[in-house]
Design a protein around this ligand. Structure first.
Ligand SMILES: [Zn+2]
Ligand SMILES: [Zn+2]
Length: 136
């Protein structure tokens, strides 16, 4: 499945990125904001060191939304694809990106569920990954 550098992009194709290495921490986030932002039961976010993540094109098509709690989410202006997440205290060293925007596979798989306290009641977790009530 290894196809590094990994590449990914938004639905309409304006935005494309490349990731040389994905860090081991990959959570399914069930928080209410990720659920809304992704329009899904949960968001799966991969992490890469900033030096391993590069926008290839379309960076000017990224819009961002800063929530009341200071978290920032980036999305494609044209097609609305959810692209990245940054915590309120982001130091820029890590990029968290939506795994669903990757082309092809990745060697790593998710390692945890986070913010399970906010999980959608209509979704049932059916794997054995660790579950964190909030962040980790
Ligand atoms: Zn797009
Ligand atoms: Zn979340």
């Amino acid at each position: 499945m290894k196809n590094t550098p990994y590449t990914g992009g938004c639905l309409c194709g304006l935005i494309k990125y490349e990731v040389d290495q994905i860090e081991p921490r990959m959570g399914h986030c069930h928080c209410s904001m990720c659920r809304k932002f992704h329009g899904a039961a949960f968001a799966t976010l991969g992490e890469a060191k900033a030096e391993n993540f590069k926008w290839l094109q379309g960076q000017d098509s990224l819009a961002s939304y800063k929530a009341d709690n200071g978290t920032v989410r980036q999305f494609c202006k044209q097609c609305g694809s959810s692209m990245t997440f940054a915590p309120a205290d982001d130091d820029g060293k890590l990029i968290e990106f939506a795994m669903g925007t990757l082309e092809g596979g990745a060697e790593l798989t998710p390692d945890a569920h986070i913010y399970v306290d906010s999980k959608a009641c209509w979704f049932e977790i059916q794997d054995d990954l660790p579950q964190h009530k909030k962040g980790r």
